[in-house]
Design a protein around this ligand. Structure first.
Ligand code: MG
Ligand code: MG
Length: 257
């Protein structure tokens, strides 16, 4: 069942989205060779609590941390630990909040120092596909329009789309209907309606699409061991033009400074 949001509820979701956006930039500031994923997790938890919110992932389904930090071949749900980031790695930082009874949920994949050209292209393509998917989040379109936009763009560039994990509705629950796959056919699936708030989150692999779950019961990694990128933001479906609630501007500013 889809929970349609009022304008007031969308404003609260926006407050969450902006806090997550700022948290991603705060974490991004500290991403460098030599840092452990556990250190990054602490930075996020402190930042979220200092801003009067609660980490959305901590304890969710038993998840043990504030962030999902997924390095290189780990697609999503990496658990922060003593892993030391090194030059050339990539790390997906996925962050959730709870504030005023609603969730925030967004992700950004950062390069650690300098990455090779193919990896840089994977990051760029995945981020661009997110905007292309979001552009389809218009009243009257269908879920398959979003997935098709993401899939066609990434596959044309030689990358593959993870099938087992998908985007989702967002509200008082972190995972609400509808599911939002990163693949699909134009004009197929559930109709998008104003008042829907969804998370679009392409998970794009440099190699083959196949993934498996690691023994910790959380981390999902590529079978071929090649890198995977993940970008996510929250979008309110509107008539004529979608409204992206998340912003990567705080991250862009970091890169300029
Ligand atoms: Mg997320
Ligand atoms: Mg999500």
């Amino acid at each position: 069942m889809v929970h349609y949001k009022t304008l007031e509820e969308i404003e609260i979701l926006r407050e969450n989205a902006i806090l997550v956006s700022k948290t991603l930039a705060e974490v991004g500031k500290h991403i460098a060779p030599g840092v452990t994923t556990r250190q990054l997790d602490k930075i996020a938890e402190t930042f979220i609590r200092d801003n009067g919110a609660v980490p959305g992932f901590l304890g969710y389904g038993g998840f043990p941390a504030t962030l999902c930090l997924s390095v290189n071949e780990v697609v999503v749900h990496g658990i922060p630990d003593d892993t030391v980031l090194k030059e050339g790695d990539i790390v997906s930082v996925d962050c959730g909040t709870v504030y005023k009874g609603f969730y925030g949920d967004s992700a950004y994949t950062f390069p650690v120092g300098e990455v090779d050209k193919e990896t840089a292209f994977l990051l760029k393509t995945t981020e661009e596909s997110l905007y292309l998917g979001a552009a389809q989040a218009i009243d009257g379109n269908r879920i398959g329009d979003i997935g098709h936009a993401v899939q066609s763009y990434c596959e044309e560039r030689g990358f593959s789309v993870v099938r087992e994990l998908v985007g989702h509705g967002l509200g008082r629950d972190m995972h609400e209907d509808p599911m939002v796959p990163n693949y699909g056919k134009p004009g197929s699936g559930k109709k998008l309606r104003e008042g829907m708030v969804i998370c679009i989150e392409p998970m794009i692999n440099a190699g083959k699409k196949d993934v498996y779950e690691r023994k910790n019961g959380w981390s999902v990694a590529t079978v071929d061991g090649k890198k995977s990128a993940h970008f996510e933001f929250t979008v309110a479906v509107k008539k004529g033009k979608p409204e992206i609630l998340t912003t990567f501007d705080y991250i862009k500013k970091l890169k300029e400074s």
